[in-house]
Design a protein around this ligand. Structure first.
Ligand SMILES: Nc1nc2c(c(=O)[nH]1)N[C@H]1C(S)=C(S)[C@@H](COP(=O)(O)OP(=O)(O)OC[C@H]3O[C@@H](n4cnc5c(=O)[nH]c(N)nc54)[C@H](O)[C@@H]3O)O[C@H]1N2
Ligand SMILES: Nc1nc2c(c(=O)[nH]1)N[C@H]1C(S)=C(S)[C@@H](COP(=O)(O)OP(=O)(O)OC[C@H]3O[C@@H](n4cnc5c(=O)[nH]c(N)nc54)[C@H](O)[C@@H]3O)O[C@H]1N2
Ligand SMILES: [Mo]
Length: 773
């Protein structure tokens, strides 16, 4: 193949409209409609029997962990329905009976496939046999597992140094798979382990590590029931963590109050009907948020500063507003913080936040007397230039109120992928951890690399600069998930070999290196057996609890293999039996892997035994108020500057968010019924008054551009939708708008792309679109 051969693939797929219908915003989060929706997806994708059987085992002690989000299971779980609409959709999507193999690829070239939408690609179904796309070819063709491993080993051996390989991880993998993968990368000699956290909760990890000494949350599920106030900032639980709603409901029943901080009034927080209760399926639902603060995008720090300033003023009169004993005993930085706070003008903070002062006063009144406070957050706080500072400012509130290390209080970063937290705990990280390296040396008897590896942004750059030969993905859809789609596509196409261990077809399988491999794997819901012996794996939920997951369905084909097995077999092929780790044994027996996890990963102990039943909690220093690892042995109250955005006159602030019918880049359907949009994803939500000013009508066709460092990026063909969003702010769905996010703009210290605050301009096109009835 000549070096100039590049496949002519589309990086966005069809940019065509799908017949939009605008309707009412259906504001009940679950209720009968949710159950119906869930079953509809299940029955269509996997048939009635397969879906009923699987749904009954999802999130049960003897069943499998839901493949959707990382929300924990309650101890008193419902014996029949411990799942939500979106969990059921995730299951239906994975356990679908539609399959895609070499016959389809013989018909379709990758170029042709790339013109389909992400929704259509996913609909092809499960990948069921190993496939190779050879240099110069446009068709994937079958390859045996042994040949595929041989090809990978050959490419890895050909590299000049181990840092020419990159190992990406998405957050669905089990602890066993992630550990094996991370140890293989290190055994090869690289810490190039970017993972989806880098685009997700990395800002939380950094902020919590800096202030509290552990990059994870401190609350357990029961804390939510006992909280006096729960703040939900930059998170849309009704869609993305629906099972969290049951916990919020319990909190409210116990007299707790909920404050939502979000530019949008997300329907799940307005009128929630719980499908797990009769009252929920029939009744009118519960008003979840007692107070909604419609903050401007990325103005959470000004809002928090205003709240803290008002609390500080009250504290000068009534010394019980802040917990002075706690501050004195456990924290440092209080005086400097107060001094800094005094510099801000309340009027200016209020103007930046864009909320009503009377509402701020209501929040202050709720917080004043409470000290059992929990802050929950997700991408609305992390994906900004100051993502780390955002979170530190909320931690300040908890520290000043002494709301840590006691029941009903603490930090609750609500994780995304179902095992993203576990993957990090067992060693998926691009940075060097000396202690971990010592344990690897001692127990696995090889020398792990000591040079920091690349994160997601640096991985894109390395590939783009031609420094990467082999790019391996344990799950995920790197092309569509990473920022700056055009740049990422060019980066991927520079590699010699790209390898995807996947369940479903996506665009990263089409925009590839010179050679590409698809290694199909079994899903969460499926039985994992070898020579008649059943295997199970473990996961860690959003609150640090490790438990077992056992699939029950027949795997998609007899060719698919489990993730740990694929990775260990790959490692075995590379080392050819010549390594201190017995990879062959790991590929067969996960108890062996777990024994090594116990020895090498911090906090894991007797995992095979203790993960049974309800599972076990990993240690968490914040729960015991142990801050000995931090400077001065104290939790850090921090000073965080105000965000600095210079919007040009004609610019808007765009947040790229999820619809109700997607899981990240997997598009289940084209509706977002909570926001009243049906059968279309190419929409831009804007305040009516802003639309009037721009002389834009409902459903006008527009292009969106962003301009950074003199470079203009364009997302073509979107439809205007008037929406209840603060002026100057706009919202659209990811991944379609990822073309606008510049790869080189990201959060300070966590390097998370600025997916929630992109400066954009709107340009009216001449195309006309008619809304269908
Ligand atoms: N069904 C379903 N479940 C999922 C996912 C999915 O795609 N589908 N994805 C999973 C993953 S990986 C993750 S990380 C989570 C994501 O869960 P979320 O973070 O809830 O997802 P987003 O849609 O990105 O929503 C971000 C929310 O933040 C708000 N927001 C945006 N900018 C700001 C801001 O500057 N300040 C404030 N206060 N709010 C802001 C938006 O209006 C929106 O409500 O969900 C997980 N669960
Ligand atoms: N603009 C913008 N960009 C974003 C975000 C945003 O809010 N805005 N959110 C970011 C966030 S929070 C995240 S977490 C990332 C997500 O980034 P990724 O994790 O890379 O993306 P996913 O869409 O979750 O990956 C879906 C693919 O994973 C594969 N898969 C599914 N289940 C399994 C499994 O069990 N095993 C294996 N091996 N493969 C499986 C399937 O092939 C499927 O197509 O995207 C980020 N990108
Ligand atoms: Mo995420």
């Amino acid at each position: 193949m000549s070096d100039s051969f590049k496949r002519n693939v589309s990086i966005t797929g069809a940019e065509e409209f799908t017949n939009i219908k605008l309707g009412p915003r259906v504001t009940d989060a679950a209720g009968m409609l949710g159950v119906k929706e869930a079953l509809k997806h299940g029955f269509k994708e996997m048939g009635v029997l397969r879906s009923m059987g699987a749904l009954l085992k999802m999130n049960q002690k003897d069943g499998f962990d839901c493949p959707s989000c990382a929300w924990p299971d309650p101890e008193d779980r419902s014996p029949v329905a411990e799942y939500c609409e979106n969990g059921a959709k995730a299951l239906a999507d994975e356990a679908t009976t539609s399959h895609v193999g070499s016959t389809m690829f013989a018909k379709w070239t990758v170029e042709e496939l790339s013109h389909l939408s992400d929704y259509e690609l996913n609909k092809f179904g499960r990948l069921v046999e190993p496939l190779v796309l050879r240099p110069g070819s446009l068709h994937y063709e079958p390859i045996t597992w042994q040949e595929a491993y041989g090809l990978i080993a050959k490419h890895l051996h050909k590299m000049d140094n181990p840092n020419e390989a990159i190992f990406y991880t998405s957050g669905r993998s089990s602890n066993e798979a992630a550990f094996t993968y991370g140890m293989f990368a290190r055994a090869l000699g690289t810490n190039n382990m970017p993972d989806c956290s880098n685009m997700c909760h990395e800002s939380s990890g950094v902020a919590l590590g800096e202030t509290l000494g552990i990059g994870k949350g401190s609350t357990v599920l029961e804390d939510l029931y006992e909280a006096e106030v729960i703040i939900i900032a930059g998170q849309n639980p009704g869609t993305n963590h629906p099972r969290m709603m049951s916990a919020l409901e319990k909190c409210k029943k116990n007299g707790g109050k909920i404050i939502s901080i979000n530019p949008l009034e997300e329907p799940g927080l307005v009128n929630f009907k719980n499908p797990q209760h009769l009252s929920g399926t029939l009744g009118s639902g519960v008003q979840m948020a007692d107070l909604h603060l419609p903050v401007n995008i990325n103005q959470d720090i000004p809002l928090m500063k205003l709240i803290l300033k008002k609390l500080a003023t009250l504290d000068t009169i009534d010394r019980s507003v802040f917990d002075h004993e706690f501050i004195e005993k456990y924290t440092t930085g209080y005086d400097a913080f107060l001094e800094d706070l005094a510099r801000y003008d309340e009027g200016d903070l209020l103007r930046r936040a864009g909320v009503q002062e009377s509402d701020v006063n209501k929040a202050v009144a709720m917080l004043r007397k409470s000290n059992r406070i929990i802050v929950c957050w997700a991408m609305g706080l992390t994906q900004h230039k100051n993502g780390v500072e955002n979170i530190r400012e909320f931690v300040n509130l908890l520290l000043l109120k002494g709301a840590l290390g006691k029941p009903g209080a603490g930090t609750c970063p609500v994780r995304g992928h179902s095992n993203v937290q576990g993957d990090r705990s067992v060693g998926i990280q691009h940075f060097v951890d000396e202690e971990l390296n010592e344990r690897i040396k001692k127990h696995l008897q090889f020398d792990p690399p000591t040079k920091r590896g690349v994160d997601v942004v640096e991985a894109m750059e390395a590939m783009h600069n031609g420094k990467t030969k082999v790019f391996m993905c344990l799950g995920g859809n790197f092309l569509m998930a990473a920022s700056d789609t055009q740049y990422t596509a060019e980066a991927l196409q520079n590699c010699e070999l790209t390898v995807q261990i996947s369940t479903k077809l996506n665009r990263t399988h089409l925009v590839t290196g010179k050679t590409a491999l698809i290694l199909p794997t079994i899903g969460r819901s499926e039985k994992d057996e070898i020579d008649g012996t059943k295997r199970y794996f473990t996961v860690e939920n959003s609150m640090g609890k490790v438990s077992q997951s056992k699939g029950i369905l027949k795997p998609a084909s007899d060719q698919v293999r489990s993730e740990p097995q694929i990775i260990a077999e790959m490692a075995d092929a590379y080392f050819g039996g010549n390594h201190s780790v017995d990879w062959k044994a790991w590929s067969r027996d996960y108890d062996i892997i777990r024994d090594h996890i116990d020895k090498v990963a911090k906090g894991f102990e007797e995992t095979s035994k203790r993960s049974e039943g309800h599972g076990y909690y990993l240690p968490n220093n914040v729960r015991n108020l142990d801050f000995s690892m931090l400077p001065g042995g104290k939790a850090q109250i921090t000073i965080n500057k105000l965000p600095d955005h210079r919007l040009a006159e004609d610019e808007f602030m765009l947040m790229t968010i999820r619809s109700h019918d997607q899981f990240n880049t997997t598009i289940y359907g084209l509706d977002d019924r909570y926001r009243g949009v049906y059968n279309e994803r190419r929409v831009l939500f804007m305040n009516k008054k802003d639309m009037q000013e721009l002389k834009l009508q409902k459903l006008d066709v527009i292009d969106i551009t962003s301009e950074y460092d003199g470079k203009i990026r364009t997302a073509h063909k979107f439809l205007m939708v008037p929406y209840d969003i603060p002026r100057g702010n706009v919202a659209a769905y990811f991944p379609e708008t990822n073309v606008l996010v510049p790869y080189n703009h990201f959060a300070e210290r966590s390097q998370t792309p600025i997916s929630k605050s992109v400066r954009v301009r709107i340009h009216k096109r001449q195309d006309a679109i008619v809304e269908t009835a």
